[in-house]
Design a protein around this ligand. Structure first.
Ligand code: UDX
Length: 436
């Protein structure tokens, strides 16, 4: 089986690069094609387009073994029997998913004049997209030569490589059972359930999974607000409900809400798709509203303690949307920072992996007048408050007696519930979490 040549379109993106490196590690000759000349140049200088634990080692090893190569020329994929589409599907202003990169990937594949190629869509695409691509192939008399399979990806950033090796399930949807089985056979570890189904089911499984995860988070955040009023502690409540195996302990951490490039985008897209069918996705919309409110509430906690935030000095710990990634795309930290700036606060930012605005791709005018500090202590010095937005484990190792002494007002508002309030209080720090 490993004499198959695999191609990746979008091979230097988050999904594409992990997919490419892991397929090569499995022994497949893998060609990762990406239009981005800059990322292409950098990968040959051993500079990865993003950080992901364990990825660099895999790339270095498999490039040296000549199983993994990168290209900016789509013609290099002409020998691939299996091509994964891993391109970006970000939303348009209307909420509709922008499929232009998916269609252009299909055009590139059609121009290769391939014989017997299977195309697996890894990008998250609206329900019905695989059927549209199949129709385009039929209109071009290529439906016999090229088979489309929806093969959604469930990996999380920060654990992408581990998630590739240990999937919870493999989902393949296609109107060609043979093509679906072929894609499933590429990597389906024993004991892992494989769902072979229609492309519509496969596409919706991806959206519904992310929407459900977001729902769990908004649910626990709503209960957290109640806890604050009622004198309960959400961490204990969360544990108490999560131990029911029908509920499960994961994704029940209250905080500043969910963010990142997937959950919010996919939730919005699912709402848009449901409305296209004249459905009213009441629950999904509430999930989004609660999340928005969570971001506002965390700033409100600062105001409640400090009064007007104008000229108040705030250290923000955490720019990445979650730990173990340098990804700030759609990070909750951005709207929260903008909110603080709009209120006249003076903000200093620290993040162990995101160290400058250039690194984030954020335009300077988007976040004017913020300072960046190389250390959490430096950020905290002479500040009226620390606002924690990303649960970096490094923060747990800090000396909080020292932090108390260098702050002008020892207040920590923790949007990730990282610390024990009583311990903080014993150090003389006023500590406000979410739902505690
Ligand atoms: C998500 C899905 O988990 C993954 O299966 C899919 O393939 C891509 O989208 P990812 O975006 O990498 O993965 O992040 P995830 O770990 O799901 O976290 C998303 C956000 O939810 C983060 O901001 C995180 O801090 C927040 N979160 C997570 C909570 O607020 N509480 C929780 O209990 C869990």
């Amino acid at each position: 089986m490993n004499n198959i040549t695999a191609g990746i379109i979008g091979g230097l993106g988050h999904i594409g690069l992990i997919q490419a490196a892991c397929l090569a590690e499995l022994g497949y000759v893998t060609i990762a094609y990406d239009k981005d000349q800059n990322k292409f140049k950098k990968i040959h200088e051993k500079i990865l387009p993003f950080q992901e634990p364990g990825l660099e080692e895999l790339i270095t090893k498999n490039m040296a073994k000549k199983r993994l190569s990168f290209t900016t020329n789509p013609e290099s994929l002409s020998q691939a029997e299996l091509i994964y589409i891993c391109v970006n599907t970000s939303p348009l202003a209307s909420g509709e998913t922008n499929l232009s990169q998916v269609f252009s990937a299909l055009n590139e594949i059609m121009e290769l004049s391939p014989k017997k190629t299977t195309v697996a869509i890894k990008s998250t695409v609206p329900v019905g997209t695989a059927a549209i691509l199949t129709k385009i192939l039929a209109e071009n008399n290529l439906a016999e030569d090229i088979k489309i399979v929806s093969n959604p990806e469930f990996l999380s950033e920060g654990s992408g490589v581990t998630d590739f090796w240990h999937p919870t399930r493999v989902v393949v949807g296609s109107d060609s059972r043979k093509a679906a089985e072929f894609v499933a056979s590429i990597y389906s570890p024993p004991q892992v359930p494989v769902i072979i189904t229609s492309s519509e089911n496969a596409e919706l499984i991806k959206y519904a999974s992310n929407a459900f995860l977001a729902t769990k988070i908004s649910f626990i955040n709503e209960i957290a607000r109640f806890c604050e009023r009622a004198g309960a502690d959400i961490r204990v409540v969360s544990k108490g409900i999560g131990l029911d195996p029908r509920i499960g302990t994961d994704f029940l951490e209250a905080g500043a809400g969910f963010s990142g490039p997937c959950l919010e985008k996919d939730l919005k897209s699912l709402i848009f798709q449901a409305e296209m069918y004249h459905e009213k996705p009441i629950l999904l919309k509430s999930v989004l509203d609660i999340n928005e409110q969570q971001r506002k509430n965390i700033v409100k906690k600062l105001e409640n303690s400090l009064g007007r935030l104008e000229r108040k000095k705030i250290a923000v710990w955490g720019m990445a949307f979650k730990p173990e990634t340098d990804d700030v795309r759609s990070s909750h930290s951005l709207p929260i920072l903008k909110h603080l700036l709009s209120m006249g606060a003076l903000v200093t930012v620290h993040d162990p992996w995101v160290r400058s605005p250039e690194q984030t791709g954020i335009a300077e005018n988007e976040l004017p007048e913020i300072s960046w500090s190389a250390s959490p202590y430096g950020a905290a010095e002479n500040k009226d408050a620390i606002l924690i937005l990303t649960a970096w484990s490094d923060y747990r190792k800090l000396d909080f007696s020292k932090i108390k002494n260098i702050m002008s007002n020892p207040l920590i508002v923790d949007g990730r519930n990282m610390f024990d309030p009583e311990k903080m209080q014993s150090l003389g720090i006023k500590y406000l979490g979410v739902g505690i």
